[in-house]
Design a protein around this ligand. Structure first.
Ligand SMILES: Cc1ncc(C[n+]2csc(CCOP(=O)(O)OP(=O)(O)O)c2C)c(N)n1
Ligand SMILES: [Mg+2]
Length: 576
């Protein structure tokens, strides 16, 4: 039979269950856009910039069981989208990137949008493929979906030359998509060994990352059985509910929140799950895990990469944890916490919150006050999206997250500009849930036009801008060593104007007392399917534990000579 490439792309995307594509049409993909317009199950979403499209596809994958899909033009669309593709790659998020390709049937060069897209994307994708015949389109898209979603997930790239999209070509079959069977069983000898090590420990602990986000029930069962505290990484913040009495918060070690630092101080066996011990997750490698480290991950490349493991177990977190729980149960009775650990965690959390609330924010909004109000007003299953900056670590330390996938942020690629589009897409994927962003003013400026996309789709999402007038995560780090803030103080922006321009509602929160009513107003407008931009005049005069800890760890690692040079320069600038 004869089919156009555009028809074949639509058919394959429908088969794998794609519901939305994100992107901007151009001459190399209008035929496919026109096909999608006929689809009963796929809605192509127009964005304002392809970076926004990629962040949206990423957020859709993080907050739902769909795979975020891009449909973009070659070269210029691909380079714009690269930031979001890179974020998905380093954070292990599945994504399907489909771009048009230049004509392969004219024999001409210097074509519009001509470049080697595969060379550009190779380092930030799991797999790239250039379609050459109509016959390849369906199987290649199925294979792309398989690669994106198996093992550690990630983005894949498929280039479909425009001439194949436009013109009919011969295909022998249009097979249905058949889902892959689940992966094999994890290594049972390693599981036995891990169980013995954890059971024998006098102070075991769990440290979970995003790779364990679908396994929080199993994590809780193991933690309860062992009476062990559970800490999370930044990306894995939602992998364990903050209202569980064994939840300690973000990090272990000196840059962790106090409840975690104290609960893990004497840890003699650590179970790390879906956590690759990256730079952010370890606060610049400032942690010191015990020799009895059990490391569980779907990606074997993370084992022994930064910290040596006594036992490493390759596999899906949920499957491994379920087996591990059985193996623990076979060793003897549960060793639940007598109540002392839980009491200590609760006390430390209370004291840290009190320390923040007591901080004088001099008329501006105290972050702890804001997050107390937000937590009170949001439902347990709400989704909180952060960008990258000081505000991210404020969320991590002060905003309890109660549900798996209830927090997302750009972590290892650490790409500012993520959150505004991600809020839009998370709301699109979860219309029945509250979705709010906590977004630095600098980050919001990068991609705030994706609030226009939310307005056009009538999405009741809330964008809380943490307006401190600076690129604070950087300016805070400049303050002491340089005694000046080169290029990190922002020009004042009237965010009301952005709301006006994009058709969003606008709310301003200028003081502690305005937090309650301001958040209530924003959530009630959002409940009427209106996107809302909220300008929060936040106070950043108190540092997070993460920032203080990471700065200290990095400075300690400087050679004596470099320490002297930095400290000497800081003193000189302070004095003169
Ligand atoms: C694309 C990109 N450019 C630059 C940086 C470096 N950077 C990291 S955090 C940060 C400051 C973010 O400022 P803002 O969005 O206002 O958040 P705040 O730290 O003030 O909460 C910068 C510039 C980055 N991570 N990503
Ligand atoms: Mg800022």
């Amino acid at each position: 039979m004869k089919k156009t490439g555009a028809w074949l792309v639509r058919y394959a995307l429908e088969q794998i269950g794609v519901r939305y594509t994100f992107g901007i049409p151009g001459v190399h993909n209008t035929e496919t856009y026109d096909e999608l317009n006929k689809s009963a199950s796929i809605q192509p979403v127009l964005v304002t910039h392809e970076a926004g499209a990629a962040f949206m596809a990423d957020a859709l994958s993080r907050t739902s069981d769909q795979v975020g899909t891009l449909l973009i033009v070659p070269a210029a669309g691909v380079t714009h989208a690269a930031s979001g593709i890179g974020e998905a790659f380093l954070d292990g998020i599945p994504m399907l990137v489909i771009a048009g390709g230049i004509r392969t049937d004219t024999g001409k060069t210097f074509q519009l949008h001509e470049m080697d897209q595969h060379a550009l994307l190779a380092p930030i994708t799991k797999w790239t493929y250039k379609i050459e015949t109509h016959e390849q389109i369906i199987p290649v898209i199925y294979e792309a979906y398989r690669v994106a979603t198996t093992g550690e997930p990630g983005p894949v790239f498929v280039e479909v030359p425009v001439n194949l999209q436009l013109f009919p070509g011969e295909v022998s079959a249009t097979p249905s998509y058949v889902a892959e069977p689940a992966q094999g069983k994890p290594d049972s000898a390693a599981i036995q060994e891990a169980a013995k090590m954890l059971y024998a420990a006098s102070s075991p602990g769990l440290f979970v990352g995003w790779g364990a986000v679908h396994a929080s029930a199993e994590t809780a069962a193991i933690a309860d059985f062992l009476g062990a505290p559970v800490a999370t990484t930044l990306q894995g913040l939602s992998a364990f509910p903050a209202n569980h009495p064994l939840h300690t918060g973000m990090g272990i070690g000196p840059a962790a929140v106090p409840a975690a630092e104290n609960a893990f101080r004497d840890c003699d066996s650590l179970l790390a799950v879906g956590n690759r011990f990256g730079e952010i997750g370890t606060a610049s490698y400032g942690i010191n895990p015990p020799a009895n480290l059990v490391h569980v991950d779907i990606n074997p490349r993370v084992f022994n990469a930064n910290y040596p493991a006594a036992v490493s177990i390759e596999g899906d977190a949920r499957a491994v944890m379920a087996e591990l729980l059985k193996a623990l149960g076979a060793l003897g009775p549960a060793k639940p916490d007598s109540g002392r650990l839980k009491a200590a965690i609760a006390r430390d959390k209370q004291a840290y919150a009190a320390e923040w609330l007591a901080h004088d924010s001099k008329g501006r909004v105290n972050p702890a006050r804001f997050f107390n109000e937000l937590r009170t007003q949001l439902a347990d299953d709400a989704i909180v999206v952060a960008d990258d900056g000081n505000h991210t670590f404020l969320v991590a330390e002060l905003m309890p997250i109660h549900t798996p996938r209830g927090f997302i942020s750009p972590t290892d690629f650490n790409c500012m500009g993520y959150a505004a589009p991600a809020v839009t897409a998370a709301k699109l994927a979860n219309p029945e849930k509250q979705v709010v962003g906590v977004i630095g003013d600098g980050a919001f400026l990068m991609t705030c036009m994706e609030t226009l996309t939310a307005a056009s789709l009538q999405l009741g999402a809330v964008y809380f801008i943490f307006n401190d007038g600076e690129l604070s995560q950087i300016s805070q780090a400049q303050e002491i060593p340089y005694n000046r803030k080169t290029c990190s103080v922002l020009q004042a922006v009237r965010f009301m104007g952005v709301a006006d321009a994009t058709g969003c509602e606008f709310v301003s929160i200028e003081s502690d007392d305005a937090c309650g009513p301001g958040i209530a107003r924003a959530l009630s407008l959002a409940a009427q399917n209106r996107p809302v931009i909220v300008d929060v005049k936040v106070d950043y005069s108190k540092r997070t534990r993460f920032t203080k800890g990471a700065v200290k760890t990095n400075l300690e690692r400087f050679t004596l000579g470099n320490k002297a040079r930095f400290i000497g320069r800081a003193l000189y600038r302070k004095l003169f």
